[in-house]
Design a protein around this ligand. Structure first.
Ligand SMILES: Nc1ncnc2c1ncn2[C@@H]1O[C@H](COP(=O)(O)OP(=O)(O)OP(=O)(O)O)[C@@H](O)[C@H]1O
Ligand SMILES: [Mg+2]
Length: 282
């Protein structure tokens, strides 16, 4: 078992106010092999949801189990074990870099796990390599590289903990198109190599369409869809979900309507072009 939510409700509590940010969520996530996209309107509860997956937030009602650890749970040992298995990369993680060098920053997490020095260093270097940070940068300050590189370093810091499940809150936000593609390809490679389950929060339906196989849609603290992406984009109530179609689907719908090109659910523009070529002689 990976992650399981049972009837989870969570409220943010202010001095005199309460806000129900999660409302009776049920969810099952496999320990390996999934790429799950999470989308939904701003304020719908996406970040709140994923913060329950490594115990940063704990349910007011219902339970979350992560591998064999049941939450709510206040024991520090249990929470640390859980945070090792579920790596959470926050939105704009680069703001959390703080060490003098890139390598030291990545080594910070594994050091806290009390691994021996040689393993800490080799795992950290391997994680930096996996995210495409060149060895010539290891001893540089993390504050003297570009924003896109800083984000890679921050992700390497989470990878170095060798999590079983990797959760990323809007990983491509604010990156240029090339940087977005590189980052997503890198995450996809990690998934392919280790079958790591990835959960990716994104407003970008092109990203989710291209990489996710399952999509969860949040709306006002509730999960309103959870399933195959083909089923989402052909759902009769899609228009009420406040979501956009991936560009490839928009183009396919347009070509189907205007020139009667046979419709097919496709998720990249390369696939659309191939499809057009295949039917261009008909
Ligand atoms: N610390 C907090 N205290 C009180 N309310 C909060 C807090 N954090 C979030 N909320 C509220 O809970 C709701 C869900 O917030 P959350 O951050 O999970 O949404 P989100 O789907 O991640 O949105 P976005 O797409 O903008 O990142 C929002 O209405 C938000 O205003
Ligand atoms: Mg959020």
């Amino acid at each position: 078992m990976g992650i399981q939510f049972k009837n989870v409700t969570f409220r943010y509590k202010g001095y005199k106010t309460e806000y129900k940010a999660l409302d009776l969520i049920n969810l099952d996530i496999a320990p390996k092999g999934e790429i799950i996209g999470i989308c939904g309107h701003t304020g719908s509860g996406k970040s709140t949801l994923v913060q329950h997956m490594n115990g940063l937030l704990q349910a007011d009602e219902g339970t979350v189990s992560v591998f064999d650890i049941a939450l709510p749970n206040k024991k520090k040992i249990k929470l640390n074990a859980l945070r090792r298995r579920v790596g959470l990369v926050f939105q704009f993680p680069e703001y959390q870099l703080f060490e003098e060098t890139i390598l030291k920053d990545v080594m910070f997490g594994p050091k806290n796990l009390k691994m021996d020095q040689a393993s800490i260093e080799s795992i950290s270097k391997a994680s930096l390599k996996a995210v495409g940070v060149d060895a010539s940068l290891f001893d540089q300050s993390p504050f003297r590289i570009s924003g896109g590189q800083m984000r890679r370093v921050a992700i390497a810091g989470v990878l170095a903990m060798q999590p079983d499940i990797l959760v990323l809150d809007e990983p491509t936000r604010g990156l240029d198109p090339v940087g977005q593609k590189e980052l997503m390809e890198m995450l996809f490679n990690i998934h392919k190599t280790h079958q790591t389950t990835l959960l990716i929060i994104s407003h970008d339906m092109d990203v989710l369409g291209a990489y996710a196989n399952r999509i969860i849609v949040m709306n006002q603290g509730q999960k309103i869809f959870d399933g195959d992406k083909d089923d989402l984009f052909s759902h009769p109530e899609f228009d009420q979900m406040n979501l956009d179609y991936p560009s490839s689907i928009k183009v396919m719908k347009h070509l189907h309507k205007e020139i009667s090109l046979p419709y097919k659910m496709l998720y990249t523009m390369d696939d659309v072009i191939r499809h057009i070529k295949e039917h261009s002689h008909e």
